[in-house]
Write a protein that binds this ligand. Structure first.
Ligand code: RP5
Length: 170
């Protein structure tokens, strides 16, 4: 399976959150790589990673960081690839808000598709959806994933009915 998504994070302490992106990409049969790239501690590695990402064959980058989270935005400023940012509620974070705002509030011209706090799973799904536009197998896997979600909810609807909660809709 070709590696199409690069998952990077500011520290290995982000892995407990970022693992969810790797897990869902595996489920959706999207090839990924995962490593630590720190905007503040390894700025030259960050520049090189971003510069080489497209020529190495990546299609999407998922970047997670906590606190003063500059990694997703800086990578997006260098690469032409779409960057999905995952704000991480880290040990140096003030309730996650610093990370959310650092990743979300990008200037015009340099977008980062920011998911919810710690929502690495959604970042993985979004990356797969982007890949799935041109990759039929991945696109079909996304369709299946969505229909499984629907089935799960409908099971919950039946569960509520079985408990005696009625509605006039179904
Ligand atoms: C950020 O600082 C990292 O992304 C991480 O969320 C946070 C803390 O890093 P460590 O001190 O745990 O390495 O740059």
């Amino acid at each position: 399976m070709a590696t199409q998504v690069g998952i990077i994070m500011g520290s290995d302490s982000d892995l407990n959150v970022m693992q969810a992106a790797a897990d869902i990409l595996k489920d959706l049969e999207v090839g990924y790589e995962l490593t630590v790239v720190s905007a503040h501690r390894t700025p030259l590695r960050m520049v090189e990673y971003a510069r080489q990402a497209k020529s190495r064959g990546l299609k999407v980058i998922i970047a997670g960081a906590g606190g003063a989270a500059h990694l997703p935005g800086m990578v997006a400023s260098i690469t032409p690839l779409p960057v999905i940012g995952v704000p991480v509620k880290s040990s140096n974070s003030i309730d996650g808000w610093d990370s959310v705002l650092s990743i979300l509030q990008m200037p015009n011209g340099v977008p980062v598709a920011t998911v919810a706090l710690n929502a690495a799973k959604n970042a993985g799904i979004l990356a797969a959806q982007i890949i799935g536009v041109a990759d039929e197998k991945v696109g079909n896997n996304i369709q299946r994933y969505k229909s499984d979600l629907e089935k799960e909810v409908l099971k919950k609807v039946s569960g509520l009915k079985e408990k005696g909660f009625e509605n006039s809709f179904d």
